[in-house]
Design a protein around this ligand. Structure first.
Ligand code: ATP
Ligand code: MG
Length: 551
């Protein structure tokens, strides 16, 4: 049996029951994004749930764009959403669907409601409609147009459609109950006049249906069995059911609400994400610090690790917040098993091996994965001059520092034991070079006399290393529940322009995740190239935020 996408939860239990009772024999879900922005990690939970359930039950999942609000929607957003869903590894049923595919049918259903005296044209101004709606403590009051003859409403509605009236001059409303305890049931608007070019239907329509009217009918027309949405739609469910109960349509999908994904250290509202982009705080929607799917992709997160994370964030009816470290751990855990190890130096310090012959170069065999032999080995050039990390040397270090200090012997990973003789400083007193000696008998990283060294450090050959730019990403916000600008982490991006990478990597590096030994996981940036190749840090080797999250 292949592993399931979705762990058992109250929704899969409902589905199991529906299949057992033969209420349904094939499960059909849908993911209904509005093409008004990029997908974020919250949407991923919904995607994994809808597409995942369809896959687990050999059912179908539609990708349907909810395009009823033409002012904010674009083809570019719709394309980016399709790309993201495919990248995550899901396939939608048949072709991409749009709510606007049903505009003609929706219009016919609206006339049906008018004919049944269940909808009317209201000529109150938008302000009047708002004021007479009441609130949680005050019931609404009936519109003076509520009881107009249905033929009059029908005539006005047809003329709304044909463009006789100004935007906002009148609306079509459902006739339900202005005293209802549920505000959504107080004669909700079904259609408004809006002269706005639409991404699909162009200028065919000057009236557009509202989301609540459109969504349930689109679900029903597509034969959706379970309409899975987030908790804030629970209050809309009576309206969802009312519409389907009152029009001539056979199918009546079951709306089921679950807890949306909230994540520590993360802002997910599209409006606030857009502000980050517009203000230049980040490079764009795909900035690797953004919680967007495109940002995570550019950073080097894998689809499978994101899906694993979504699977772990429980599906219940209780609001919850998931630690961001759970996402990072999921990425780290996968890459620990799958990423080949290579050597890269973030802050290079030159080492000169004084007793190593000038001009000589030899090959050192290095393992591509310390635990998994199947990754094989590679040969790395080693010579008189190397680069190591600057902080692998410390002047006058005590005995607990196992790396270089004067007189200390350290293992160069897979190569030789080196002893630090002295550091050379510039006139500002900064260390610019280490002078070392090596023991020729320690090739391969062990000594025939059994002499042990405690420290092992990584290195690259100075003559052969490639110059690269590294971008060290950290969390965009440094507080657990960020509100806005004041909570931005000033250290969320550090650019290292003079980093060094072992030779032989760059040419084949596109689309591959690597572990730079001892420093983190890295991924070649697919969109950004300066004078040098750029690698993004995907995630550090260890979690440095855990403490803060537990506070
Ligand atoms: P945002 O508020 O971030 O703009 P949205 O709800 O307006 O998101 P839609 O395009 O309408 O975005 O969302 C498509 C689907 O994704 C909806 O079914 C919605 O319930 C779901 N969704 C959105 N945000 C989350 C989240 N944080 N967790 C789970 N599902 C979500
Ligand atoms: Mg929405």
């Amino acid at each position: 049996m292949t592993e399931k996408n979705v762990s058992e939860n109250f929704i899969t239990q409902i589905i199991d029951t529906d299949l057992a009772s033969a209420k349904h024999n094939k499960i059909h879900t849908r993911f209904p994004p509005e093409p008004n922005g990029f997908l974020h990690v919250g949407h991923v939970k919904s995607i994994c749930l809808n597409f995942g359930i369809a896959e687990d039950y050999q059912g179908l999942c539609n990708l349907r764009f909810d395009d009823t609000n033409p002012a904010k929607e674009s083809i570019e957003y719709a394309q980016s959403i399709q790309e993201d869903v495919e990248w995550l590894g899901f396939k939608w049923n048949d072709k991409v669907l749009y709510s606007s595919d049903y505009f003609d049918q929706l219009y016919v259903y609206a006339e049906e409601l008018i004919n049944k005296n269940l909808a009317y044209v209201d000529e109150q101004s938008p302000d009047e409609i708002r004021q007479t709606r009441g609130d949680f403590t005050t019931p609404g009051t009936n519109s003076p147009f509520r009881n107009r003859a249905k033929l009059e409403s029908l005539d006005l509605f047809r003329r709304m459609k044909s463009g006789e009236f100004k935007d906002g001059q009148m609306v079509l409303r459902a006739k339900i109950d202005m005293q209802s305890g549920n505000l959504n049931m107080r004669d909700p608007i079904l259609y408004r006049i809006k002269r706005q070019h639409h991404i699909r239907t162009a200028d065919k329509w000057c009236i557009y249906p509202m989301y609540d009217f459109t969504h349930c009918i689109s679900d029903a027309l597509e034969g959706i069995t379970h309409s899975i949405c987030t908790l804030e739609f629970a209050d809309h469910k009576p309206l969802y059911d009312w519409v389907l109960d009152n029009i001539s349509i056979e199918c009546h999908p079951q709306q089921i609400e679950f807890n949306r994904l909230n994540q520590t250290f993360t802002i997910m509202s599209k409006r606030k994400l857009n502000e980050l982009v517009e203000s230049g705080t980040v490079e764009g929607w795909d900035d690797p610090r953004m919680p967007t799917v495109s940002g995570m992709r550019r950073r080097g997160y894998t689809p499978s690790s994101i899906r694993e994370y979504a699977k772990k964030s429980t599906v219940t009816r209780k609001p919850s917040v998931v630690p961001m470290s759970m996402l990072e751990d999921s990425v780290r855990h996968e890459l620990n098993n799958t990423a080949p190890r290579i050597m890269g130096i973030l802050h290079p310090l030159k080492v000169v091996i004084e007793n190593y012959p000038e001009g000589q170069c030899e090959m050192i065999t290095a393992k591509n994965h310390p635990m998994d032999e199947s990754f094989g080995t590679r040969d790395l050039p080693f010579g008189r001059e190397l680069y190591i990390e600057a902080d692998d040397y410390k002047e006058g270090a005590n005995r607990k520092f196992f790396r270089f200090t004067e007189g200390r012997e350290v293992r160069m990973r897979y190569a030789y034991y080196l002893t630090c003789q002295r550091a050379i400083k510039n006139d500002k007193g900064e260390v610019i070079e280490l002078r070392c000696t090596y023991d020729p008998d320690t090739k391969g990283g062990s000594s025939p006399d059994g002499r042990k060294v405690k420290g092992t450090i990584h290195w690259v050959s100075a003559d052969h290393a490639d110059d690269v730019e590294l971008r060290l990403y950290d969390r965009l916000y440094n507080v657990v529940s960020p509100k806005g600008k004041d909570d931005l982490n000033p250290d969320s991006l550090k650019i290292l322009k003079n980093a060094k990478l072992e030779p032989g990597i760059i040419a084949g590096s596109e689309g591959k995740q690597y572990q730079f030994e001892r420093t983190g996981y890295f991924f070649r940036d697919q969109t950004h190239e300066n004078d040098k190749p750029v690698f993004n840090r995907i995630v550090t080797l260890r979690d440095s935020w855990a403490k803060l999250e537990q506070e």
